[in-house]
Design a protein around this ligand. Structure first.
Ligand code: NAD
Length: 303
């Protein structure tokens, strides 16, 4: 039978995710969208609202999205946005069952609190499914979802997410998708800085950039930052696009907060935060891909 879908938050990630969702679900399924930024919804309607792709309804509020859909995906920037969206929806709790899938990268405590209030005030479910793969993965529909959900919901959640990505990693109960995401991004925050430092060091020692990059990528220092997002490569596009330094700083802050909550010692995190904070204030680095740390270090950007 006809399914009803909702999508809240049509930003850099949400827009292409909702686009893939609309393209993959049957034409007679409905898709109801909302973003506080009305131009995002208008653009989506203009691009995707034709009958051929199945149609799109722009809701007037997040509550309208929830009223009109059974499966609702949220892709919002920060904890306070997720909290405020769910406070609005649950000012009048839905009486029928809804499945809420939150793909935002937020802190575990906020996510658990929102989920608990969803379950206690309605027959609905709330799961965390933050993503990896960036804007490119969102556009291509190749995201990896890190899912925190009770196993009984997998037959419902996995096919829903598969419209927008190629992998759904079930990490454990609610909250564990975010735990996985924050641990991974903690590591990325550090390896990105270390890669920039190592590249800068080797180049200053007189090595050719390509020689050093190729050496590292067949040796034990190899990592995503050296192989896929090497700063000597991202420098050639002026560090435009990619994963914004502000988002990296936010995710690192969330990981540090989570570590404090469980008493996990993090030696590198505080120093790395200082680096991102300082780099983000630099006019030449602000708003760019997080590998711009190489520029902040004074790395050689010649082609
Ligand atoms: P974004 O800022 O581009 O988009 C967020 C959207 O949410 C905006 O369109 C904004 O208008 C909308 N919004 C804010 N408050 C709202 C509200 N109350 N109701 C409805 N809409 C609201 O952010 P993004 O890059 O799409 O990232 C979203 C999340 O995904 C973040 O938590 C981010 O950390 C995470 N993420 C981003 C990337 C990336 O590469 N950009 C990768 C993985 C994960």
């Amino acid at each position: 039978s006809r399914a009803t879908w909702g999508f809240i938050g049509l930003g850099r990630m949400g827009y292409p995710m909702a686009r893939n969702l609309r393209l993959k679900i049957p034409a007679d399924d409905s898709l109801v969208i909302f973003d506080v930024n009305q131009s995002a919804s208008k653009k989506f309607l203009a691009e995707m609202g034709s009958a051929a792709s199945g149609g799109v309804v722009v809701a007037g509020s997040v509550s309208e999205v929830a009223e009109q859909s059974e499966t609702i995906i949220t892709m919002l920037p920060e904890p306070q946005h997720v909290k405020s969206v769910f406070t609005s929806i649950f000012s009048t709790p839905p009486r029928t069952r809804k499945l809420f899938i939150d793909c935002s990268t937020i802190d575990i405590a906020t996510s658990l609190a929102v989920g608990a209030s969803v379950r206690s005030s309605s027959p609905s479910e709330f799961v965390d499914a933050p993503v990896s793969g960036g804007v490119v993965g969102a556009q291509a529909g190749t995201l990896t979802f890190m899912l925190g959900a009770p196993a009984v919901l997998l037959p419902e959640v996995v096919p829903a997410l598969s419209h927008m990505g190629t992998r759904v990693l079930h990490c454990g109960p609610v909250g564990s998708g975010l735990a996985g995401k924050l641990a991974n991004n903690y590591l990325l925050a550090i390896t990105n800085i270390a890669t920039a430092e190592a590249m800068n060091l080797g180049v200053k020692l007189g090595l050719e950039k390509k020689v050093l990059k190729d050496l590292i990528n067949v040796s034990s220092g190899r990592c995503w930052s050296s192989e896929v997002n090497n700063p000597v490569d991202t420098a050639t596009r002026g560090f435009e696009g990619g994963f914004g330094i502000a988002l990296m700083k936010k995710d690192l802050g969330l990981a540090i907060k989570a570590a404090e909550e469980v008493g996990a010692k993090l030696e590198m995190g505080v120093k790395a935060s200082e680096v991102y904070e300082s780099a983000e204030k630099d006019e030449g680095c602000k708003g760019r891909d997080f590998s711009v740390v190489y520029r902040w270090l004074g790395g050689n950007e010649d082609a």
